[in-house]
Design a binder for this molecule. Sequence first.
Ligand code: K7E
Ligand code: CUA
Length: 659
Amino acid sequence: MIERTKMRTAVHFVLFLLLGATLPGCGGCSGSPAPSADSLAGLMRERGLSDDDVIAALKTYTPTGKHDTHYLMASGGHSGQLIVIGVPSMRILKYVGVFTPEPWQGYGFDDDTAKLLRDGSPPDKLLTWGDVHHPALSETKGDYDGEFVFVNDKANARIAVISLKDFNTVQIVRSGLLRSDHGGTFATPDTDYVVESGQYPVPLDNKYVPLDQSKYNETYRGAAIFWKFNRERGRIVPEESFAIELPPYMQDIADAGKFASDGWFFLNSFNTERAIGGDSEGRPPLESGASQNDMDYLHVIDWRKAEQVAKKGQTQTIGGMRLIPLKTAIAEGLLYFIPEPKSPHGVDVTPDGKDICVSGKLDTHVTVYSFEKIKQRIESKQFDGNDPYGVPILSFKDTIRGQVQVGLGPLHTQFDGAGHAYTSLFIESKVARWSLQDLKALDSIPVHFNVGHICVAGGDTAHPDGRYLVSMNKWSIDRFASVGPLLPQNFQLIDVTADKMRLLYDMPIGLGEPHYAQMISADKIKPLEFYSPVGINQVTHRADPNATTDEKKARVERHGDAVDVYMTAIRSHFVPDTIRVKQGDTVHVHLTSLEQTRDATHGFALNHYNVNLSLEPGKTANVTFVADKAGVFPIYCSEFCSALHLEMAGYLLVEPRAK
Ligand code: K7E
Ligand code: CUA
């Protein structure tokens, strides 16, 4: 590769001497050229690059037309989106609109996607943002299958389903039970369930209860929801889903067991002190109130048994969700606690499902629990007493396999296929590598700065790819040219193939704060090239009942005050291109792209009425608006589709209603 580059440079240079042509990268220089400026050594000198820099560049540079080997599905944080990134180039491939309208994709503007946002909102309030934390790829036998991604909205306790056929959102669900859901989304090994748990305890019936210690202890609660996923339909089925009531500790993130621990679910918690804040009311602030205990509780849940208990109807319905009461969960042996070191954050099950790794944010270890030991203690009912609600507690020292000293502020752990675990160290700004077999620290690498999650390719599956690790850093400080006080986050790509980890690339993320990501091998994803035959609805992935598949059938129908416009788009015109309605009419535009050419996308932008649609080839989109303002409103195609794209336009004429 280097040899070839050198050769090409030499050829260019000969051409330069012969023809007097300008060397690429040497524009404007005249007279005596710097002979080495376009050679590898010259470029390195000029740009101050080391050998390591050049190796890193060669490991990530992806020439035009070459594709990345992996997709990174990254949470979009406050943007309410999913960010799709190619690895190792770290090129952004798509922002998928999920909880927030996304105008380019027409997401939240056409009737079908606007309905997704409405279905995911309380009846009396349309939510237009989300705080996306944890994407989960659908799994088959514990490995990513490339069909779906699920994401949570921590702020509003919602879960969305994204189809990887076209990287579009197809469903948003929201229970009436939770108010926040940091503990989402986690898929069971065959994606039978997608799990969402609440973070901040509330009265589950969503009624007003004054915030004081005894009321908090008695009536505030957490819950874990097991949303049933129907893969064939590609949808969560709320009626077949169930929840388990939990004590008012702050449940955090989670992981589903697999193989040895299949059928079990592990969920962290902090604030087992049940601090309620109130620093202006004479109580300690929440942060110190919640950090008194040396141990919090790892929740161990038998979800297969819980599924049976729910099937038998041992539930009550709250907020439209079947809930297994805490008392029932205890009596039926669905829920156990194990002490876990101080203010834990991540809990991660090893690829073989045998061990469970937990890191306490205020501890320096990763604690590795053995599922076998947990199971033995549960089966022989060897408990160390109960929590105040009666949940049996297992002994810490009898259930751990050991602890690994990794450094300050351990948060999250991922795995490669070579027997290594990787743990992010927030306080130290490092990623540590350690050996799963003998629990020994092996290597660490500094990151910039304040790493939260890390993501190894396939790093939470039964068969991790290893190879790449992305460190998702909260702070970037001095890494990029300044854009003022609000700085981007920094994704750092790290090569984990060799004995020493090697930093390859820094990628600023300037849209929301991502938390977690999952990385999947590109060959597992088989997206559509375009919608075929023409007239497919993007949400149902079926023929749209309002599609117009032939220009000759384009028409306008009036039904009383409702006007249906059956419209087509193909390079470079709409049929019809003139829409005539009366002031006050309800207008439904049903627009079908007749294109079957890859990337020949059209748009439909309408002045004043807040409408933009995206018409990918073969798609039908529907939009409804009330033509309440009389006047002349231009319509145009908002995607540069052809040489005559600017001419792809028309008018909406709204005739004033006679007085
Ligand atoms: Cu940022 Cu998983 Cu929400 Cu850790 S979480 S860092
Ligand atoms: Cu169609 Cu621009």
